[in-house]
Design a protein around this ligand. Sequence first.
Ligand code: MG
Length: 414
Amino acid sequence: MKIRDIRATTVTVPLHAPLRHANGCHWGRFVRTIVEVEADNGLIGLGEMGGGGESAEAAFRAMKAYLAGHDVARLEEMRFLIANPTASLYNNRTQILAALEFACLDLLGQQWGVPVCDILGGRLRDRIPFASYCFFRYPNPRTGEGEVRTAHQVLANARALKRQFGFATHKMKAGVFPPDYELECYRALAAEFPEDNVRFDPNAVWSTEQAIRFGQAIEGLRNDYLEDPVFGLHGMRRTREKVRVPLATNTVVVNFEQLAANVLHTAVDVILLDTTFWGGIRACVKAAGVCETFQLGVAVHSSGELGIQLATMLHMGAVLPNLSFAADAHYHHLTDDIIEGGLMPYENGAIRVPVGPGLGVRLNREKLGEYAELYKRLGGYAYDQDPARPGWTPTVPNDRWADPKDDRAGTIPY
Ligand SMILES: [Mg+2]
């Protein structure tokens, strides 16, 4: 089976409300590039890529010259063909490779009549549990609903998510407001759900000393881990020396060089594997094998996803023996999806691993067209800008916090 064509379509799918994070904001929608790899037997494999609010269509179009006629099964060859590590100094294509790997695995699964997880070693579990992923949010610009800013709103939102989806793990995305204010919110969250696990992620915007102060203050809670309190392996290592809470990262261990450094001189306990950041599902499975060998924890990271990328996360989660934490997903913040059947359902906080051949998801062409039109109308957005805080440049470490008393939503184009 050979690659005949590569097509890419940029879509925008609305979120229930704009999601605030340490470096900016998701402006009430996700922009994703949907990739279709067509084989010479007519089968179509699906891939997906983010891109910080921007389209990646042109990058995929350029790959057709490399990959037309390439054997779909030769995935390692494809890695060196388009993402050779030294050539990549000039053209970083790790995320492009990831989306094309998803599509090729989808094609192979369809051709062989097996789900992708069977190609990766076979499933160890049928359902992947997820965390609630609570964000601070601006109100929805159209309805005025959905703001999360006060501790009261944090709890109301988490309760609603637990009621609707059944989550038993709560992740608080933070790094937006002063750390002492966020500590108060996090303690309230942990106290609200004493049986549930909690985790906290300020997106690496604190100083090491601030990370130590916060980390020590949350010892004794049911923490899965403290995620990226500080940027850099040395800062994480200094924090880890003084804090008795496991540290996790999706930031400073995102490739094999960094994983080797972390094995030799451990700075992080739990590696959050992202099928996009690492360059594919197979790279994540390899990394999980290294983590298993050295007894580091692993979990599933979310960099924002529609159903295709979610399927890659589910198939990966299904095959990792050392997956001992609930996965992260932004998925329940979406209002819709571009796959057949619409949004995949949660059952008791978990999502079933697809059982159909390949990734087990198919495109809903009507939805693809609808959200491609929405992208054309709204265009991209700057993931690393906050439209309600013009002129704000967050530093690392940061001290330019938002004011938790400021209830102005600003103008967010929608
Ligand atoms: Mg993170």
